[in-house]
Every structure is written in structure tokens, then in C-alpha cells.
Design a protein around this ligand. Structure first.
Ligand code: TRP
Length: 454
């Protein structure tokens, strides 16, 4: 799909970009993370806050990342440098690269579990989830397999491989989810779960819930650390940023909502509690499959597709870091991929061991107290909160200020206009959202959350 002979890749087809970007967005965030953070955040109330964040903060912000990337056709650091020259803003780009590496590290651990669950009946039959993720040899092997696949694809050119596959496999994931939902909602007692997911109860909502919903919205759309800057940088000028970005947001949000309908009815029907945390999907879904005709087979296919979804996301995380070394340090693609891949793998090991294998990584109450850091006391949970929520919000705060005020929203709007009709009130509205609403909302949520803790 791209002219791989040219020095920098470029998406060849519009649909190619949409699938690659949707592939980045749709992943563990939708199917693993969304249900458990929504479950902990009170279900329906969380869903509403999440949807508001997507529509009013994330979508306008997505256009800012895409236009910044496409304008100078650079990675996050390069794109900022092309505008300001050497300046303090480069630190924002640099932090994006660090966050990409950190998110990639723990993301690959969870993706490894998903791969393991494809073959669970063979490699660890009858092993409960808690035991499965606490087996060091097993999880590190799975991590290595997943990381290896990610490196292989990014090294070989994203265009020919992942995107072609994403086009086939993403719709398949969608269809399969519909089947699982059908089973889930017809289980006895499912209606309570549907009510939990759809009936908002705002009584427990505080800044922490809003922060987690906002963080989840950024995470799910791959925003706040320059992934969409990087993907935007491969976008030809003729492409319509508005409609392509819109498709990505709609697709991603639909999959998250479907995941809710897949999990919540089953949780209540099977007598689990929605605030099980990160284990939620891995514990509940196998129980649902067990109650389905050909459930074993459906389980295998499901986890296979989830692994593919994770792969199309992890490559975008790696690609951010790799594109930085290619553009700025003039490394070859292969050298960048393998050097960074090895670093990410090493960084991921403590996370892999943080689910019961090693005590001081699994329970960090000696640092974060008995309540943990926002309820998380294992190294994976801590990293996920820190980089997967808080950092993304900070990143988006600075990047929206950068695009809105430093580069200038009008230049960004001009960039968007190439390829799409973007003028008049719509443009004014976007500029207003980007310059005022996005940064103010984000910073109020962050500050409110910190004040809440003290
Ligand atoms: N959005 C992906 C998911 O939902 C994860 C992901 C890929 C990501 N690239 C990202 C998250 C960049 C944050 C930033 O699974």
C-alpha cells in the first residue's frame, strides 16, 4: 500500500490509512482495558463520561495530531523541531518517545497473555488465570513471541504486511464479537449487566473516574504520545483528515461499546463482580465460551483475533520510536527496530513478573500504601496508570497547546483543508475546541484528581 522504495513510507490508499490507524486504535484498549476500567468506574456513568471525552476532546485533538504529522512529514520530535527549531518543546516530543517505549513494554505483556489464551488448552489446560500470569517462564516466552512478531512486521514494512491483514481480520473480529454478544446477552440474568452498562449512576463519580475515562479515551484512540502524528506523517496531502479520522474514532468507539455488551451481561449472569480489574476479560470470557456451542473453537478464534488487534496496535507504538531514530538519528529501519525491540523486551520483564511471580513487583504497597496508586499496586497497574492514563493526558495537553498556540491553529486548519472541506463555522468551532476546551478540560481534570487525593 505504500511506495516502499521511497525513503519515508507513505500510505497509498485512503482505506489503507484508515485501517492502519483503526488498527492502531482498536486493540487491548477496547477489549481488555475498557471493560475493566468501566466496571471499576461504575458502568453507565463511566460510559457517558467516556463518550463525552471522545466526542469533545479526543476527536478535535486527533485532527491536531494528524495535521501536525502530515505538515512536515516527521515523527513527533521532528515535527515539533521543524516548527520551533531547538526549543523546550522538543522535550514534549522526547517524552512521547519515552512513553511509546514504556507503553509498548507492558502492552506486550498483556498481549502475550492473549496469545497464550489462544493455545491455552494445549499449553496450560485447567490453569486458572491467576496462576497462568504468575508463571514466569510462560509469560516471558509469550512476551518474547509477541515482541518478535511486532519487530518482524515493523522491520519488514508495515504497508505490505499488517495493513493487508488488518483489512481482513478487523472485520472478522467485529463479526465474532457479535456472536459472543449474542450468547452473553441471552445468558440467564444478563439483563442486570446490561442495566449496569447502560443506566448511569453518578453517585460515585469523582475526578478520579473522569481522569480514568479521559485517559482511557486517549489510550483507546492511540492519542497523547504522537502515534497519530507519526501515522499522519505518512498521509498524502490529498487525503481527507477529517473523514478518515472520523471513521477511526467511530470504529474504535463501536468496538469498545461492543466489548461492554460482551462482558457485562456475562459478569452478572455468571455471578462475578464488575470490578475484578485487569483479570476481567481473561476470567469472564472463557466462562462464556464454555457455555457456547463450539465454545472451545470460538475461544481460540477470539483470542487469536484479539492478539491480531494487539499486534496492529503494538506496531504503532514501536513505529513512533523507530521513526524518531530513522528521521532524527539517521539509523536504518532494521537497526532501529531491533535495538528498540530489545530494549522494550528488557523493560517488559519486570512487568511480566509483576503478576505474582515476584513479590516486590506484584505488591508495591511499600511505595504506594495499601490503597495503591489509584487502586493499582502491581508494577503493571502502576505503569499503566502512569503512562497509559496520566502521561497521555499530559501529552495531549501540551500537544494541543503546541498546535493551537505555538504552531498556530490556523496553520493546522490550513493543513486539514488540503484534502477536505473545512471552513466557516466548523473550522472556527474546531479552533475554539483545540485552543481552549481541550487544554482547559484536561488540566482541570488532572488538577482536580490530584486535589482529590490530598
Ligand atoms: N490504542 C491501542 C489500544 O486501544 C493501544 C495503543 C496503540 C496506544 N498505540 C498507542 C495507546 C499510542 C496510547 C498511545 O489497544
Amino acid at each position: 500500500m505504500a511506495t516502499e522504495s521511497s525513503k519515508r513510507g507513505i500510505w497509498n490508499t485512503r482505506i489503507g490509512f484508515i485501517f492502519a490507524a483503526a488498527g492502531s486504535a482498536v486493540g487491548l484498549g477496547n477489549i481488555w482495558r475498557f471493560p475493566y476500567v468501566a466496571g471499576e468506574g461504575g458502568g453507565g456513568a463511566f460510559l457517558i463520561i467516556y463518550l463525552i471525552c471522545i466526542a469533545f476532546i479526543c476527536v478535535p485533538y486527533l485532527f491536531a495530531e494528524l495535521s501536525l504529522g502530515r505538515h512536515h512529514q516527521r515523527n513527533p520530535v521532528g515535527a515539533i523541531k521543524a516548527i520551533t527549531g531547538p526549543s523546550g518543546w522538543l522535550a514534549v516530543g522526547g517524552l512521547c518517545i519515552v512513553a511509546g517505549l514504556m507503553i509498548l513494554s507492558y502492552y506486550s505483556v498483556v498481549a502475550g497473555w492473549a496469545i497464550g489464551y489462544v493455545a491455552k488448552d494445549v499449553i496450560a489446560p485447567n490453569t486458572p488465570f491467576e496462576e497462568f500470569i504468575a508463571s514466569p517462564g510462560l509469560v516471558i516466552t509469550l512476551l518474547a513471541i509477541f515482541m518478535g512478531l511486532t519487530l518482524y512486521i515493523v522491520a519488514g514494512g508495515v504497508q505490505q504486511g499488517i495493513e493487508r491483514w488488518a483489512k481482513i481480520l478487523m472485520p472478522l473480529l467485529f463479526v465474532l464479537m457479535l456472536f459472543v454478544i449474542l450468547r452473553s446477552v441471552t445468558l440467564e440474568g444478563a439483563s442486570e449487566g446490561i442495566a449496569f452498562f447502560l443506566k448511569p449512576d453518578f453517585s460515585e463519580v469523582g475526578f478520579e473516574t473522569i481522569m480514568v475515562a479521559l485517559g482511557q479515551a486517549f489510550f483507546s484512540l492511540s492519542l497523547g504520545m504522537g502515534a497519530m502524528i507519526t501515522y499522519g506523517s505518512y498521509l498524502p496531502k490529498r487525503e481527507n483528515i477529517l473523514s478518515s479520522g472520523g471513521y477511526v474514532a467511530v470504529f474504535d468507539t463501536s468496538i469498545a461499546i461492543l466489548a461492554g455488551f460482551m462482558i457485562f451481561p456475562a459478569i452478572f449472569a455468571l455471578g462475578f463482580s464488575p470490578d475484578e480489574g485487569p483479570a476481567l476479560v481473561f476470567v469472564i470470557l472463557p466462562e462464556v465460551f464454555a457455555q457456547m456451542y463450539l465454545g472451545g473453537l470460538i475461544g481460540v478464534i477470539f483470542f487469536l483475533l484479539l492478539s491480531v488487534g494487539a499486534l496492529t496496535s503494538s506496531i504503532s507504538l514501536l513505529e513512533v520510536v523507530v521513526s524518531y531514530f530513522i528521521d532524527e538519528k539517521k539509523w536504518s529501519r532494521k537497526k532501529s527496530v531491533y535495538t528498540i525491540g530489545i530494549i522494550a523486551f528488557i523493560l517488559a520483564i519486570p512487568t511480566a513478573l509483576s503478576q505474582g511471580a515476584v513479590g516486590f513487583l506484584s505488591d508495591m504497597s511499600y511505595i504506594f500504601g495499601d490503597d495503591g496508586l489509584f487502586g493499582q499496586n502491581d508494577f503493571l497497574g502502576v505503569l499503566d496508570f502512569f503512562f497509559g492514563s496520566l502521561f497521555l493526558a499530559f501529552g495531549a495537553f501540551f500537544i494541543s497547546i503546541f498546535v493551537g498556540w505555538v504552531w498556530g491553529a490556523h496553520y493546522a486548519a490550513e493543513e486539514i483543508q488540503q484534502g477536505s472541506t473545512f471552513s466557516g463555522n466548523l473550522m472556527k468551532f474546531w479552533i475554539f475546541m483545540l485552543r481552549y476546551i481541550c487544554p482547559i478540560f484536561i488540566i482541570v481534570v488532572i488538577i482536580g484528581m490530584f486535589l482529590d487525593i490530598i
